[in-house]
Design a protein around this ligand. Sequence first.
Ligand code: ADP
Ligand code: ZN
Length: 734
Amino acid sequence: MFVRVLPDQAAGKILDYRVPEPMRPNIGVGSRVRIPVRTRLIPGTVLEISDSSEFPTVRDIAGLLDEKPMIRPSLLDLARWMADYYCCPFETAVRSVLPVAVRDGKVAAKRQNSVRPARQIDESEIEALARKAPRQADALRAVLASDKPVLVSKAAAEAGVSEGVFRTLEKNGFVAIESTVIERDPYGGEFVATAQPTLNQEQEEALRAVVETMEKPDKPILLFGVTGSGKTEVYLRAIRHAIDQGRTALVLVPEIALTPQTVERFKSRFASMQDRIAVLHSHLSEGERRDEWHKIHSGHARIVIGARSSIFAPVENPGIIIVDEEHEGSYKQDEAPRYNARDMAVLRGAREKAAVLLGSATPSLESWHNCETGKYRLVRLNQRVDDKSMPVVRVVDLRRTAGNDGGILSRPLRQAIEQRLAKGEQTILFLNRRGFSTSLVCESCGHVCQCPDCSVSLTYHRAAGRMVCHICGHSARAPKACPECADPKIRHSGTGTQKVEDALNGIFPKARIARMDADSMTRKDSYRETLGAFKEGRIDILVGTQMIAKGLHFPNVTLVGIVNADLGLHIPDFRAGERTFQLLTQVAGRAGRGEMEGEVVVQTFTPFSPSIQFARHHDFQGFMEQEMEFRRGFSYPPFGRMALITLRGTMLERVAFSAETLSRKLKASAPEGVAVGEGVPAPLEKAKTYHRYQVSLRGPSSPALSRLARTTLDSLPMPEDVFVAVDVDPIHLL
Ligand code: ADP
Ligand code: ZN
């Protein structure tokens, strides 16, 4: 018996080994093994088993790392596909399929001692014992009080004795002590079962579509419905159906911070089987992650909820794979393999014959396009469950108010906050500070300097005094006055949440104000604490970044203010409009979730930009039509595909030169229809002391771009200190 093994940390080299007799019953495809390579022993993964090897001398496997194969063959296939499509080494892809916490068996199962009676013991014996050793008798009574084995620590606490007393009891033949595996449960606690509501007609139809797909796998379903239209309820029913059919369910949610709420809802609904729900996300300790993973691998867990990487959870026979908020950028992994978990869900669903359900209130253009071309099936939920109307959205034109009002908060927004404070209602103020606020925006007419060829805003490079397009490399001197209205007040915008908080404190000295962003949420529990305080009404105004934009439900919030809607709009990325629309729609969804009507105030220098106008009228369809036109015109995704090659290194000249060389080589071998960009500085020119350059590839299909990148890079030696990353279907172009 021979195996082909992929060694860890080896760039794609696959080696043959012989399997010694005793290991044969336990080895299989996906087994983790220890293999000799030259003079060392290293871990690796079994890819294939065969009766022969083409090599004359083959060494023996040194050992098995686990009792049974760790990676299911279907997941190995997925890894293979991923390596190919996303242009990364196979070993890197395999690595992401098996979490570090279980990879080398270094994180151990948590064990605790439990104790049970060793034999029948009657009362007279205990009394006899009590006379000579009262503490032993107390301890023994604590053990006998339970009809199941009890934890030694628990029995000791109950009897008020030390744990050593149980050892004495064991020596004297009264009890038996065993070490048992304890599962760490990050969401420990009791969940009260919740009843399931009767579905409305739209939900019924949606569920029927999902059930049909589960029975006869067809295409993925895009469930499009505004916040509060009952999508989650459809998920819960679909999962119930899968479980009733003896299958499993996989649920992906984007934000780690959201998971507690989601987990609570799922655990409550499936209260009778809550230990069969596994949760995987990056805030777990290694031990917790290991336990959750094994709970899935052993087949015990039937429902898995988690963030991006849970798409590789080793559940068997999934009936349904759900991707909530499918448009979310956080489904894209930002290091190799740079996969998109939503797209992997579609692929995994097709391979494992599971229904795939993508849900969103603001679907991505990619998914919408897939519905239009018939690749996905569109199912809508048009009504909010409670028939509540959408909040009123007011747009405040900062070009008019900036001059007379000065500060960050316009008069209409201040007044709206004042009213809320007077009525004891709550306000959320949102500022999207992400991205670089270095676009040039004219304060008097709102003009933003754009690239003539790319329809993205130009990035201001202060040092050089120039504006540069990061898609095509176009560059121009930064103007001293607005090219549109000649006003010299053209400048780069930039306001942080901190500044907003300060301003609020000045204007409303009595209000209770809290800030929530990456800077203020450094402790592990601060997120939960702040939200808890807000929920209980101990905070009047919550200021934050996109961290507070999504999924949260606060009935007493009747006002949402968007401090500067333009920040996200002018980053040099063709998805800027889409993101702004999604964000505004989602933030607006935070207002009026309770009995009271909600109001949204949007401050902007560009009140007529389509993202803002369509979001204001809750007009997804209108936004889509116009955004699709724009993308079609420039062959941007979803009409064309893209790959981005980023080079980084500490020596600027070397990075620039390598990027130029790479661009030239790519151009020389690019197939028809594939456009290769110049080597240009990345929008994020320098990060963590590295200079960054990019070369973009565009064409009709991603695999063609992937292939071109791979073959070119394979034959082009890079300087040792220049690192290359390939991103196929990039989400962030920075
Ligand atoms: P979404 O996921 O689209 O935001 P949810 O499924 O969370 O919507 O539904 C919004 C609210 O309405 C939740 O509180 C949910 O419990 C409730 N709900 C959903 N469907 C129904 C229904 N058919 N009958 C009554 N309440 C429902
Ligand atoms: Zn350009």
